[in-house]
Design a protein around this ligand. Structure first.
Ligand SMILES: *[C@@H]1O[C@H](CO)[C@@H](O)[C@H](O)[C@H]1NC(C)=O
Ligand SMILES: *[C@@H]1O[C@H](CO)[C@@H](O)[C@H](O)[C@H]1NC(C)=O
Length: 375
């Protein structure tokens, strides 16, 4: 009777909070708190298992109902398993084999062991952000044959994990302790679309030449806030966004952008760039946005006037001392196919009254040019 009342009181609570799926042990602990007596009333009617009848004079062995297959403390809904913020020191076992999203972020996991993700062939998204992972067993990802997104940012990894699944599309390794990326680091990952490697202690040549070369679908690379001094060599022609802000790059070589026919956004803000080699812009004919603010350029990069599609050019906070009448616009009649929508030139030594108004003759949007004042 007492048990029946307890269940009736508890059920509506469960219904109003669909994500607070409690494990069997949670029920028992909660009940203990309520009753204060330490006796646990059976939640379900106890029936002895066939073949194991209670012996006369002894209590019937209760059959513990099979709890929903959810690791202790985690929240499980449909095939999404959320085990974040639990102080876990290792990957929990008994993760349901049909899981498609496994979220283990904000824990204290230090190592990924060989069998941690064994048999988890349906997982598409694995989130391990903000743990203390130093090592990953080379075989740990072998069973994750459907994995598309692997988020390992904010850990203590010293190298790019080995043997990542071929199905992988997105790899995030931001804020780790990786000092170099070997040429073979991404071998075989022909489905990769997004790579995030920012805030790692890469030195000058931390990224080996051609590390990204075989990645025919790669569209987005971000390597911001490291100490690389050159643009990585041998980038794939599929690339549409390259974000290299906050590094120590000193110049843009035309060769490093060769063949990047699909590049639309190039981020090079907050570097130490003095020179953009003539020919660089011709190598990226479909560029739409070029961010070169917070560098030490003394001239407007050559080749803007011949570029057909560029629309946004950030050049503020540089050392540009003069602007020529043909720096932005083609001489003669306008051959630009897309008009500029944003040019920033403030915080440069050039004074706005020294800029020939004809320099912007191909710009029809009056708000597009930000000249500002140089203090
Ligand atoms: C880059 O170098 C500076 C100076 O040596 C250092 O303080 C900083 O931590 C380095 N950045 C990274 C991401 O390692
Ligand atoms: C850049 O190169 C092109 C093609 O060789 C040339 O016509 C142009 O004058 C050069 N621009 C500068 C600023 O050197």
């Amino acid at each position: 009777m007492r048990a029946a009342v307890f269940i009736i009181l508890l059920l509506p609570v469960c219904w109003t909070k669909p994500f607070q799926q409690l494990g069997f042990l949670d029920f028992m602990m909660e009940d203990e708190g309520v009753e204060g007596s330490g006796t646990v009333p059976p939640l379900l009617e106890v029936t002895p298992r066939p073949g194991r009848p209670g012996r006369p004079g002894q209590p019937v062995t209760p059959v513990i109902p099979t709890p929903p297959p959810c690791p202790f403390g985690c929240r499980c809904h449909l095939r999404v398993i959320q085990c974040s913020d639990l102080g876990l020191k290792e990957v929990p076992d008994k993760i349901p084999v049909d899981t498609t999203l496994l979220d283990l972020q904000n824990n204290k996991i230090g190592k990924i062991k060989e069998n941690d993700f064994k048999n988890m062939k349906f997982v598409q998204i694995l989130i391990l952000v903000n743990n203390k992972i130093t090592t990953i067993d080379p075989k740990a990802f072998a069973g994750l044959v459907s994995l598309q997104r692997l988020h390992l940012s904010k850990n203590l990894l010293k190298s790019v994990p080995q043997n990542m699944p071929k199905s992988l599309q997105e790899l995030r390794l931001h804020e780790n302790e990786i000092a170099e990326v070997k040429k073979s680091a991404f071998d075989g990952l022909s489905n990769l679309i997004v790579i995030e490697l920012g805030t790692n202690p890469f030195k000058n040549s931390g990224i080996e030449k051609a590390a990204f070369q075989g990645l025919k679908k790669l569209s987005y690379i971000r390597i911001a806030d490291t100490n690389i001094t050159t643009i990585p060599q041998g980038l794939p022609s599929s690339l549409s966004e390259l974000h290299l802000d906050g590094n120590s790059i000193t110049r843009v070589d035309a060769d490093s952008l060769k063949g990047l026919n699909n590049l639309a956004k190039l981020g090079l803000s907050y570097n130490k760039i003095t020179t953009v080699e003539n020919g660089s812009l011709a190598n990226v004919p479909h560029l739409r946005e070029l961010h070169l603010d917070h560098n030490v350029l003394t001239k407007i990069p050559a080749g803007l006037q011949d570029h057909k599609y560029i629309q946004v050019v950030y050049l503020h906070n540089n050392k540009i001392a003069a602007i020529d009448t043909n720096d932005f616009c083609p001489p003669g009649f306008n051959t630009k196919k897309a008009s500029y929508s944003g040019i920033s030139l403030f915080s440069n030594p050039v004074q706005y009254w020294e800029v020939p108004p004809s320099a912007f003759r191909c710009i029809f949007n009056r708000g597009a040019v930000h000249l500002g004042n140089y203090k």
